[in-house]
Write a protein that binds this ligand. Structure first.
Ligand SMILES: NC(=O)c1ccc[n+]([C@@H]2O[C@H](COP(=O)([O-])OP(=O)(O)OC[C@H]3O[C@@H](n4cnc5c(N)ncnc54)[C@H](OP(=O)(O)O)[C@@H]3O)[C@@H](O)[C@H]2O)c1
Length: 268
């Protein structure tokens, strides 16, 4: 769903960025793409659990303009104060007001248990754990980010990595679709209330990452398996680098309305 233009996101000044799910896949690709544009005295905080892979992402992002910090954090379990501390700590030695722009990429995501048919879902604890990582803690992290950057609220940019599944049902993915829908709507409401913040829901298209292999390995839904098998066999999966470029292009051209859902395939 393409949307009308808002103001551009200028990354050429001192920019603070936090990116979740930065250890692989789309998150790593966004980090690398982002690092090409950040101006002098920028700072990047990369979060995920796998520290070895985070270090690799940090290496790929190396630039004289950017200080890169990475921290292993289980975002399904981290408390609000832990999230606040990790962001606050990363800004040590900087004055928050010196950042011209501050961006958070909520890229973390998981698929949940694909081995239970939708009509047989009843394990609420499992559903809760899914929502903890994919919805509740995304909101919680966003709140900590906004607390740290309260004094420069008008320079805040929020990117939620969403999915077509947030707006279109996909068989066999009830947790994923409902989680993405809830997460996207939270950001839409925030954008409605905070007109001076720039909030983008970016849907990356079908991308060749471990998520695709997970679907094929785990799903009990024949339709879902067929869809993903045909993506693979027809070579229809995007490379993470390609969708990351598009995400940065959308941001830098400001081609999104507040809380707008922009898909990779819009305007392609
Ligand atoms: N691939 C697609 O076709 C596609 C399509 C539409 C939308 N998306 C969305 O794009 C985003 C990235 O997906 P991807 O395909 O790149 O998936 P991926 O390769 O599986 O990457 C997921 C990332 O999330 C991190 N993560 C998972 N659980 C975590 C936890 N408990 N705590 C902290 N970090 C955690 C992983 O790092 P660690 O394992 O190191 O923690 C990893 O960096 C997701 O939001 C996904 O829903 C993907």
């Amino acid at each position: 769903m393409a949307t009308s233009a808002s103001s551009i996101v200028d990354l050429s000044g001192a920019t603070y960025c936090v990116l979740t799910g930065a250890s692989q896949g789309i998150g790593r690709a966004i980090a690398v793409e982002l690092s090409k544009y950040l101006g002098p005295k920028s700072l990047m905080l990369l979060l995920a659990r796998n520290k070895v892979e985070l270090a690799k992402t940090a290496e790929l992002c190396k630039s004289p303009n950017i200080k890169i910090v990475y921290e292993s954090m289980d975002l399904s379990k981290a408390s609000g104060p832990e999230m606040f501390d990790v962001i606050k700590r990363s800004t040590e030695g900087y004055k928050v007001s010196d950042f011209a722009t501050t961006v958070i990429f909520h890229n973390v995501g998981s698929l949940g248990n694909l081995s239970v048919e939708t009509e047989r879902m009843e394990d609420v604890e499992e559903m809760r754990q899914y929502y903890d990582l994919n919805v509740f803690n995304v909101i919680k992290l966003n709140t900590q980010f906004l607390k740290v950057f309260e004094e420069i609220e008008d320079r805040v940019v929020i990117v939620n990595v969403t999915s077509l599944c947030a707006i279109k049902p996909m068989s066999g993915m009830a947790s994923y679709c409902s989680g993405k829908a809830a997460r996207e709507m939270y950001f839409k409401v925030l954008a409605e209330e905070k007109k001076h913040m720039r909030v983008l829901n970016y849907s990356p298209g079908p991308v060749e990452t471990s998520m695709i292999d997970y679907v094929l390995a785990e799903t009990v839904n024949a339709n879902l398996r067929d869809v993903f098998m045909s993506f693979k066999s027809q070579g229809a999966l995007l490379k993470p680098e390609i969708t990351a470029k598009k995400c940065l292009k959308v941001l830098q051209q400001g081609k999104f309305s507040p809380g707008g859902h922009v898909d990779y395939f819009d305007d392609e």
